[in-house]
Structure formats: C-alpha cells, structure tokens
Ligand binder design. Structure first.
Ligand code: LLP
Length: 437
C-alpha cells in the first residue's frame, strides 16, 4: 500500500508527476511519499492500539531528518544504533525518553552521549557491554535503564541468511538460559537498572508465527525472572515486520496484531510497557529510487540497460539478492503495471538493469521483463525507501543522490545531491597532517 501510482501511463507520487520532477531535480534521486509514511505509521499504531505500544521507528531503515521529524510528530519514538543516530533523533525533535539504543559495539563516546541525552533504554547485547555502560554511568553519577536483548532461538524464516538475527549463534544478545544468570548477577546495579527484555528476531519476517513463538518464549522468561524477584517494566519485541517488495507479499498489520496483541495484553494490563521497533514496514514502500537509462548494450544473448544508479545507491539486490520492482515512469497506458512483481504482458523484453560501478555484482535486476527501453528513459526502482540511501556509499567516488519528500502536490528537497567537491573535501592533499609519534 503506497501513494505511487500510474495515471494515463505516467507515474505519480501523490499528485506529483515524477517525469516532470526528474527534469527539475535530476537523477538518481530518492522520492518519498509523506502520505505513505504517515499512513503506515497510523495503521500500525491502530492495529497494536490495545497494547498502547511505544513505536520506536528504526532510524537505520531511513534516517532523513525530515522523515524522523514527521514520525516524531506522529508520536513515534526512535530505535537507534549509534551516536550518529542519537544525534539524528535529537535533531528531529524526538522525545529522548522514547529512544531505545541497540547495537553490539557501543563505544564509550556513544554511551556518554546516550547517558547525557537520557535515552529511554539501552538494549544490552553482552555482559561486557553491560558492565562498561554501568561503569561509565557510575563515573558520571548518571542512571539509566537497560533491556537485555534475548535470542529466543526461533527461525524467523527471513528472506536471506544475512538478515537472520535471533538465533542462538547470533552475535546479537544472549540466549534464554544465559539471561537468567545475567539478571541474577547484574539485576541489582543501581546505575544501570536492568528492568526490561528485548528481542529482534530478524528482518524482514513475512510470517506471524516466528513472532508468536518468540514472544511466548520471552513471556515465559519474564515470568521466571519475576519469580526470581526481578521487576520487568517493559518488553520490546523488535522490528522486522515485512514490506511489499512484491504486491501483497507481507501480512497486513492486523494479521500481525491479531496474534501478537493477545499474548502481550496481560503484561500490559499488569502495568508493563510494550515497545516495537518497525523500520521497513513504515519506510520501504514509502520510497522509490528514480534513475535514467544511460545506455542500452547487447552482450552475447543478453541486453543490458545501464542506468545512472546501482549497488552504491541500492545495495539490497547485490547483498541479499533482493527483488525490487522496476518500471518506466512513463509508459503506454496499456503497459501501466497492475501489480508489482515479475510481470508478463505482450511487448516486454528481458534485460539486466545494471549500474556504472566496476563490479559484476552491480545490478538492480537480472533477466527482468520490461517494456522496451532507450537512452534517457526514466525508471522507478520501487520499495527503495528502507535501506536505500542509508546503505549508499561513495564507492567508485560517486556522489550520493538527492532525497525529495512529496506532500500532495508539493515536492520538497530534504537532502541535496552530494557534489564532486564534497567527495574530495575530507582529504588533506596537498597538506598531509603529521600525526607525530
Ligand atoms: N530493531 C533492531 C534491533 C534491528 O536490528 C533492526 C534491523 C530493526 C529493529 C528494524 O528492522 P526492520 O523493521 O526495518 O526490518 N539492511 C537490511 C536489513 C538489516 C536490518 C538490520 N536491523 C535490508 O536491507 O533488508
């Protein structure tokens, strides 16, 4: 569900014609729909309303300040994983008490910042990390709350092994048996109050069952911990809710909620607080990447459409073999797509949509059936709102694209395109800086 649609063969975002917009802002450019972001957030909040959850938007999925600000305005908290993301949350005006901070490698400087900002919870990934945060808090005379990240050891059946996290042998969190020892040894710390549990089983998770299994395991653990005298204020069930990379690929929010809400309702009714950390389900379908065809090239039995973007701006196809629907922004009305996926209709030809990067793995789609393409055609790469710009790099010294946020018939630049000069700016030539001995 999103606000990108074809009207008489022309792709619109809300009411903005994207071919006309591309003429003004250039390509490649990420385009986001404010209506989609808000609609996703509101519908998710409504589905989980009986739990009154704190919805901590996963900043890592799409961290543009304007987007963080509009979600903050909706009532969202933030799920962060670095000092940089804490600063983004603060700059967007987030309620810092609704910020949860995960990540296995928090540095002392980042911990210091998080303590100063009085964030809601540190999501703790290991004993050593807990001890370090507690030490720093003690030295500063600060207090903070901690949630222990648990691996419920449930197979999340994610789309790719690289996005599975909640297994026993994961680098994240601790397993259930270890959790009780963790609370027994550290539950009494006065500077870092261990009073919550957290999980994130993977992403994207296209079935509801893994959440159900994992949540049940967490609730059993919570009961045990309570029986051992620990006060558990909050349960954070993480993120990973799916997005529609293809039409109707993911369960509706109501389907997730129907099974998850009843499990957590007694905890909530007993005074506990529930957190969720959705990222892509809010942002993925709210964004596309607009790109122009530079060249068409025949090679052996293949046709390549070489475009002005690639793995440096959308790494997911290369990294996860992820499917992203691609379609021209202007087509014969009869060729307007009625759904998103591998489409078949008369007149399509198979192409590899590839980027300019000097890597064989630099592609956005392989063997994809598309309407005939020529130099200058504008293509939309869909579901690029999550893990698009945030994973973009300057590989091959390529500037990163601009970001535009659409609201009705208004288009607003929310991140300008990087310039060639900016690429060189951090380097010191011709004045290398001696580091001394
Ligand atoms: N909470 C934690 C602790 C996480 O590690 C993540 C994602 C989320 C929440 C949000 O997950 P989401 O709701 O967005 O699925 N770059 C990859 C996925 C890696 C996600 C890492 N953690 C991708 O492009 O699919």
């Amino acid at each position: 569900m999103d606000h990108f649609h074809y009207d008489d063969g022309r792709l619109l975002c809300e009411q903005v014609d994207l071919e006309k917009l591309a003429d003004r802002v250039g390509t490649p450019t990420y385009i986001y729909s404010r209506a989609t972001l808000e609609d996703h957030y509101d519908r998710l909040a409504e589905a989980f309303a009986p739990l009154e959850p704190v919805i901590c938007y996963a900043v890592k999925s799409c961290d543009n300040l304007s987007i963080l600000a509009l979600l903050t305005h909706r009532g969202a908290g933030m799920d962060v994983v670095s000092g940089g993301e804490i600063l983004r949350a603060r700059a967007a005006g987030a309620d810092m008490s609704k910020v949860v901070y995960a990540g296995v490698g928090k540095t002392d400087d980042e911990i210091d910042l998080a303590l100063d900002e009085k964030i809601g919870y540190f999501n703790i990934e290991s004993e050593a990390e807990f001890d370090n945060i507690a030490d720093i808090a003690r030295r500063k005379g600060a207090t903070a709350r901690a949630a222990l990240r648990i691996n419920p050891d449930v197979d999340p059946r994610t789309a790719h092994v690289k996005t599975t996290t909640g297994r026993k042998e994961s680098k994240f969190g601790v397993d259930i048996e270890r959790a009780r020892r963790f609370f027994a040894a550290r539950g009494g710390d006065e500077h870092l109050r261990l009073c919550a549990v957290h999980m994130h089983i993977g992403s994207p998770v296209y079935q509801v069952e893994p959440y159900v299994h994992a949540t049940k395991r967490m609730l059993t653990l919570v009961e045990q911990l309570q029986g051992e005298g620990h006060h558990i204020e909050a349960i954070d069930i993480g993120g990973g809710f799916g997005a529609d990379y293809q039409t109707d690929q993911t369960p509706a929010y109501a389907d997730y909620a129907r099974q998850i809400v009843p499990l957590l309702k007694p905890f909530k009714d007993g005074g506990g607080q529930v957190f969720i950390e959705p990222g892509r389900t809010i942002s993925a379908n709210a964004g596309i990447l607009l790109t122009r065809v530079l060249y068409i090239k025949e090679g052996g039995s293949k046709t390549f459409a070489i475009v002005d973007t690639g793995m440096h701006h959308l790494l997911r196809p290369t990294l996860y073999e992820a499917f992203h629907f691609i379609w021209p922004a202007k087509v014969e009305p009869a060729m307007a797509p009625s759904s998103r996926g591998e489409l078949d209709m008369p007149g399509l030809t198979k192409v590899d949509v590839v980027g300019p990067i000097c890597e064989t793995g630099d592609y956005l789609a392989l063997g994809r059936k598309l309407p005939p393409l020529k130099r200058g055609d504008l293509l939309a790469v869909f579901a690029a709102g999550a893990y698009g710009r945030v994973m973009a790099s300057n590989y091959n010294s390529m500037p990163r694209p601009a970001e535009v946020l659409i609201h009705g018939d208004e288009a607003n630049l929310v991140r300008r395109r990087e310039t060639w000069d900016e690429l060189l700016a951090p380097e010191t030539n011709p004045h290398p800086v001696p580091l001394g001995s």
